[in-house]
Structure formats: structure tokens, C-alpha cells
Design a protein around this ligand. Structure first.
Ligand SMILES: [Zn+2]
Length: 742
């Protein structure tokens, strides 16, 4: 037994020896992710002791159009559901990122060129200064006593007069104001105003606007990382009661449910809104172009207050202008009827009226089916000059026609943006991951469903596939970062590919090629439902996808999320054999064999480059009794010979050049023109991470072999995926070409 054991070990060792060090590509990723605990289970679900804080807001804000300021008073009730007693709280002051002294955090544009636009020069030098950031008038407790605060850039520390014990709540108020930024003056402007000189009006996009509670949780303590623009949000859930005072002739689009329709909408608008609630097939115009144009001229000095409530949201945003055209329709989901609405200035016509609300509807339907029904009463798309930006129930989306015309590409971009930003309601507005830390968690998951929506509802548009990530993954390894890089440490030129596309393609590969659609969709839905209105971490996603599918994905997470390796499989050799047949003409077979060996001796590696040499003959000998060990039974040798007789045996050698282990898809093309696909799981790379060999028996004769024929795995170099090798033709040809000087 012992001798036999040693023999087997030695054999395996020899067969699978790899020439480079073992990297443990299939080892568990336990050492790379946070260990499970009572808050977050090993299955990826929230644990029995899971808790999260809550913050309710009552806000009264006034928009002053004359000097472009926003002034507000807010009352925050903060619930300490943690097991910890807190002596101070951290509050986010996002507007402070626009202060000149804080700009270097973003470090966004940093080079002066010989030729540079005035706008870029403004970004770099702030030639026109701007009084950005908050003025905090006071912070008081519920009895009106001042509370001590300390501001560190975009974070304010609030020292409590009395320790906030576990299970208690505290109420305090903040009075603040800030100058609304001109969106054209900043790069990465997610909010601010856009001025329209032609009619002397602005569209105000108000977000990141009120001081908000930072997250306190089991994995970070206080998530008080500075706002540096790329890492957007980490926010707590709560209920909002918001009063927005704007010029009398403005129209407001906002997070939440409007509470005082009678006071802010005229009779015609209310009547049309009632019609829209019953219109499921197309939008109803609540404010027409002509009415919006008439509004543009009134310039009222009076004010009006719009009142909203929003429950169980993690943020609140609104838009205000007298330029808005407004359309709306109802969307029926299994458990909720939602008003899909769009607000746009006439500059957005005609494409916004034709496409915006329709895109909102498509997003609501596809995302709800893939995760859970959209739970809120409204889903709004507001037109802006550029960028798309998401908030609960409302998003600001770029894309406009020029002189009434828009290219197909720009239109697809606009529709894609609307779908994407509406989609953010799920990730991260409800499945509330920490975007300040992990941008990929919401951008990646959201882009995955956004691309699915585009593929399903707009099949004529281009959508992302594994091929889309190839240019990024074959890029310079000195600048590439793994997906598991914190948001603000990524390069501006790279974050789109690394945080949006690469996780999207990863999820597409898991769904379409590794786990399978049905199981994957179940697991994805499981993750969304487990973590809705909660704060998941990457480990919770990784664990849930394994837990709900019985698929070990650690090898995939390790490679795709934690390294910058790429997929490059090389089909380095295909050997063609036939088996020696006992009753056939032995001399003939031996003759073929000899010729074969002689032919291959010409090349150093004895690797054939095509099938022109014909098959080699395998001399299959009888198994000696000793090889059976203690087995008394014997294999039916004539039957084995019979089964393999006349068949083509192909031994293929695949090398892993890119570093990522992946399943292998092999396409066989036969001499009769038919094709067949064989699939091997990623686990074939367990024994040797750099090279695998696999033998196949085929009745038909093969003329061509291709790896990953349908581009399922983002192979960065498909030139080395074929046999006969693509360069076989070229050897002679390139010699000729060289002579010709080409
Ligand atoms: Zn996004």
C-alpha cells in the first residue's frame, strides 16, 4: 500500500509540475475579506445582531435666485441603534469640497499645456474666485443650547453635551447657507446651477446640499472619510420632511411625495396630473413647451413653498426652474404603481419628450424584475447639460439635441444615462453599499443591470460585453489597479473601466458562462433582497453569490477583483493521434508513424503547426498484470480498442499567458464544415496554473480548433487561440514581405 501510494504521488507530481511558482489561485479568499461575525454571517446575509443607525430630517430651505444662494434650517433626529455609546457625531459637509483650500483633495486636473481652454484653466487656477462651501450659523441641541463643533474640511464633528447611549436618540438643529456653484466652473459637477443667457433663467440642480449624518457601522466605526468627489456617498436611512421655498413661478422636481399640490400647482396642472396617474401607455404633458416658455418670462418676485415627505431614503435632492416642461405616466409593477416623470427645459426637445420618461419606465420594469419592486411613489429624470447623477427618486441626466437634431450615438448615450441613473435607486440608494469606499459596488452592479436593460429593451443599441473590457485589461500594468481599490485612489482616466465596466463584465461572465443564468439570477436577487435598506460590504456580495449557487467562486474573486491579471489563453499545441489497430495492416501503420516522427523532428519542440502531417499512431500495449495491483478483475482490452478504433484523438495544450484562470471553451471545426463546442471548468487549472493538457476523442476529423470562439472570457489576445496557428501562413509570407520591404 505504501509503495503504491508513493508511486501515485510521484506520477501526479511529474504530470502536473509547473515551471513557475504556485500562486494558490484556487485558495479561499478568507485572508482577503473581513471575517464573518454576528453582524454579517458567513453565508453573506445580515447576522442576528446586525444593526444600523437612523437619521430623520426636517428641513426648511429657501432658494434665493438673486444671489444664487441656498439657506436652510434642519432638525436632525439621530437614533443610536449601535451597541456603542457615542460622545460625538460626525456630519458630512459636502459643499466644502468646493472651497479653494479643499480642491487639492480631488487633484483632478493637474497639467498646464501650451494650448489650453479658458474653462480648463479655470479648473486649474480658479482665476475667477468663487465663495464656495458652507456658512454654519449655529448648531443647537433640542433645548436651544449651542453645541460645540469642529470642522475638518468636509466633515464636522459634533460634540454632544451628554453621551448618546446605545438605544437612545438625540435631536439637534443646524442653520446653514452656501453659494450654489455654477456647474460650468467645476469639473465633475454633480449639482449647481446652469444659466441660460438667452432668456436669463437658470435650472437649479440641488444636491449634496444639506449637512448629513455620516455612517456609523460595525465594520468602520464612523465612516468619516473626506468627500473627494469620486467616492460619492455613504449615508444612513431615515424619513424626510422637507419644505422648499422658491420663486413663485418656479416648478420643483424632488425626491419624495408632494404634500401640497393645491398650493403649488394650478388647476390645469392638477387635472393633467390626475390623467397621468391613469396613463400607463404614454406620458401626459403636465406643463407644455408653450407654457414653459410663458413661465420663462414672468420673473416673479413672490415665493412659494413646496412640501415633500420621503420615507426610508438615504438622501434627498431637488431641481427648480421656471423653464421646466413636465411629463408623467404611471408604471404598474406587481406591488407598486410608480409615477415616471421627466422635467426638461425646451433645450432638451424634442428627444427628451420622446425618450426620457419611456427610459425611466424601462429601467423600473427590468430592475424590479431582477431584484425587488421599486418601492417609492415617483421616479424622476431631469435634463442637464452633461453628466448623469443619481439621488433617491430623482436623477439629473445629460444629453440634448443641437438645433433639434441628435445623433443616434448621442441619443443612445442619453437613454443609457437615464436608465443608469434611475437604476442607482437600487444600487446604492436602497442596497446601500459604501460608495465612498467601494465605488465598484454600486457602479458595477448598477451598470450590469443597466446594460441588461439596454440589451433587452433597446436591442439596436450597443451594449457592454466581455469584449468591451479587453482594451482596459491589456493596458499598462504600472497604472492598472484591481477593482478592490478604494474609490478616490483610482485615476480619473481609469475609473470608468475599472469600477463600472470590469465588475459588469465579471457579473456577465458569472451569469452567462460560469454559474448559469437561472442560478445566478436567483443569487443576485437574493443579495439585493438580503441587503435592501442595509449596508452591505464586498464580502457580503462575494459570500451570497457562492452561498446561493453552490459554486466556489473564490478563484474568480481572487483574480478578477483583487489582481490586474488578464485572460490570455494560448492554444499552444494540438496533437492528432489514431490508435494502432491489431487486425489492420501493421506495417502500414508503423510506416505512417515513422514518417510522422521524422517530420516532426524538423521543429525543435516537435510541435506541429497544422494538421498536414496527418495523425500519429499510438501503439496501445496490453496492461501488465502488475499494474492492476491487487485488483482481480481485468479491463476488456479488445473493447477499449474497438471503442477507439478509427477515431481521432486530439491532445490539446493550453497555456495561461495572462495569469487569470478561467473556464476554457473549445470550438472544433470538422472537415465536413460542422462545429462542436466543449467546455472545461476553470478548475482544470488547479494542478498547474500555467499549462494544461486535455485529450478528446472525436469521430470526425478536425480541421480547426479555436479557444473562446464567442468572446465569453475577455481574452486579450485572440491571435494565439487557433490551430492551425494563425502565423503558419505568415512565416513564408512575411519572409516574402520582408524581401519586398513591406
Ligand atoms: Zn453610476
Amino acid at each position: 500500500m505504501r509503495i503504491f501510494f508513493i508511486f501515485v504521488c510521484a506520477a501526479i507530481f511529474n504530470l502536473n509540475a509547473q515551471t513557475k511558482p504556485w500562486q494558490g489561485k484556487f485558495e479561499p479568499i478568507d485572508n482577503l475579506i473581513a471575517p464573518p461575525n454576528t453582524y454579517r454571517t458567513a453565508s453573506g446575509a445580515p447576522g442576528k445582531a446586525y444593526w444600523q443607525q437612523r437619521a430623520d430630517y426636517k428641513i426648511k430651505a429657501t432658494l434665493n435666485e438673486k444671489n444664487n444662494t441656498l439657506t436652510g434650517e434642519e432638525v436632525i433626529t439621530y437614533y443610536n441603534n449601535s451597541p456603542d455609546d457615542l460622545s460625538y457625531l460626525w456630519i458630512q459637509l459636502d459643499q466644502n469640497v468646493n472651497k479653494k483650500e479643499n480642491e487639492d483633495f480631488g487633484d483632478i486636473n493637474n497639467n498646464v499645456k501650451d494650448n489650453i481652454t479658458t474653462r480648463k484653466m479655470q479648473f486649474l487656477t480658479r482665476a475667477i474666485d468663487f465663495p464656495a462651501g458652507y456658512s454654519i450659523k449655529y448648531v443647537k441641541d433640542s433645548s436651544g443650547n449651542n453645541l460645540k463643533t469642529l470642522v475638518n474640511n468636509t466633515m464636522m464633528k459634533l460634540k454632544l453635551n451628554k453621551v448618546l447611549n446605545s438605544g437612545e436618540s438625540v435631536t439637534f438643529s443646524i442653520s446653514w447657507s452656501y453659494h450654489i456653484t455654477d456647474r460650468s466652473m467645476y469639473s465633475l459637477s454633480r449639482e449647481g446651477y446652469e444659466y441660460y443667457p438667452e432668456d436669463d433663467n437658470s435650472v437649479y440642480l440641488i444636491a449634496h446640499w444639506f449637512p448629513r449624518m455620516a455612517v456609523y457601522n460595525d465594520s468602520e466605526g464612523w465612516q468619516n472619510q473626506q468627500f473627494q468627489k469620486l467616492g460619492e456617498f455613504a449615508l444612513e436611512f431615515g424619513n424626510y420632511d422637507v419644505e422648499i421655498t422658491v420663486p413663485d413661478d418656479h416648478i420643483v422636481a424632488s425626491t419624495g411625495k408632494l404634500q401640497n399640490e393645491e398650493a403649488v400647482l394650478n388647476k390645469t396642472q392638477r387635472k393633467r396630473f390626475e390623467l397621468a396617474k391613469k396613463s400607463f401607455d404614454k406620458p401626459v404633458l403636465i406643463i407644455t413647451k408653450e407654457e414653459a416658455e410663458a413661465n420663462e418670462k414672468t420673473k416673479s418676485n413672490k415665493q412659494k413653498t413646496w412640501k415633500y415627505t420621503a420615507n426610508n431614503v438615504r438622501d434627498f435632492a431637488f431641481a427648480s426652474s421656471r423653464k421646466f416642461i413636465w411629463d408623467a405616466q404611471a408604471v404598474k409593477l406587481p406591488t407598486n404603481t410608480v409615477m415616471a416623470m421627466s422635467f426638461y427645459p425646451k433645450e432638451g426637445l424634442p428627444v427628451w419628450q420622446e425618450e426620457s420618461t419611456k427610459a425611466v419606465m424601462h429601467a423600473l420594469e427590468v430592475y424590479s424584475e431582477a431584484t425587488f419592486d421599486y418601492p417609492y411613489p415617483v421616479a424622476i429624470s431631469v435634463n442637464t447639460s452633461n453628466i448623469g447623477m443619481e439621488f433617491p427618486m430623482i436623477s439629473f441626466n445629460g444629453g440634448r439635441a443641437t438645433n433639434g437634431k441628435i445623433s443616434d450615438r448621442a441619443k443612445a448615450g442619453m437613454i443609457g444615462t437615464i436608465i443608469h441613473e434611475v437604476g442607482h435607486n437600487w444600487f446604492p440608494m436602497i442596497v446601500s453599499s459604501d460608495e465612498r469606499k467601494w465605488m465598484w459596488m454600486d457602479e458595477g452592479l448598477n451598470t450590469f443591470l443597466h446594460q441588461r436593460t439596454v440589451a433587452e429593451r433597446y436591442p439596436d443599441f450597443n451594449s457592454v460585453t466581455p469584449k468591451s473590457i479587453v482594451p482596459f485589461m491589456s493596458g499598462d500594468k504600472n497604472i492598472l489597479r484591481p477593482i478592490m481599490t478604494t474609490s478616490d485612489n483610482e485615476l480619473m482616466s481609469q475609473f470608468g473601466a475599472n469600477f463600472y465596466l470590469k465588475p459588469t463584465v465579471g457579473l456577465q461572465m458569472l451569469r452567462n458562462s460560469i454559474i448559469g443564468k437561472e442560478l445566478f439570477d436567483e443569487a443576485f436577487k437574493e443579495y439585493a433582497n438580503r441587503w435592501k435598506y442595509k449596508h452591505p460590504n464586498p464580502s457580503d456580495l462575494f459570500r451570497t453569490l457562492e452561498d446561493a449557487t453552490a459554486t466556489d467562486l473564490d478563484w474568480f474573486y481572487r483574480g478578477w477583483f483583487f489582481t490586474t491579471d488578464n485572460v490570455d489563453m494560448e492554444l499552444s499545441n494540438v496533437k492528432w493521434f489514431t490508435v494502432y489497430e491489431e487486425n489492420a495492416n501493421i506495417e502500414d501503420q508503423k510506416q505512417t508513424s515513422k514518417i510522422k516522427i521524422k517530420a516532426s523532428e524538423k521543429t525543435a519542440e516537435a510541435n506541429a503547426k497544422d494538421f498536414s502531417n496527418g495523425p500519429e499512431v499510438i501503439n496501445m500495449t496490453s496492461t501488465p498484470d502488475a499494474n492492476y495491483g491487487q485488483f482481480l478483475s481485468r479491463l476488456d482490452e479488445p473493447e477499449i480498442r474497438k471503442q477507439l478504433s478509427g477515431k481521432n484523438i486530439y491532445e490539446i495544450t493550453i497555456k495561461n499567458k495572462g495569469g487569470l484562470v478561467m473556464p476554457v471553451t473549445i470550438e472544433w471545426t470538422y472537415t465536413d464544415g460542422t462545429k462542436e463546442i466543449d467546455r472545461l471548468p476553470a478548475q482544470i487549472w488547479r494542478r498547474n496554473e500555467y499549462k494544461v493538457q486535455k485529450t478528446f476523442v472525436k469521430s470526425k476529423e478536425v480541421s480547426e480548433v479555436n479557444l473562446d470562439p464567442n468572446f465569453e472570457f475577455a481574452d486579450t489576445n485572440i491571435e494565439n487561440n487557433s490551430f492551425p496557428k494563425l502565423d503558419t501562413k505568415s512565416e513564408f509570407d512575411s519572409f516574402k514581405d520582408k524581401k519586398k520591404g513591406n
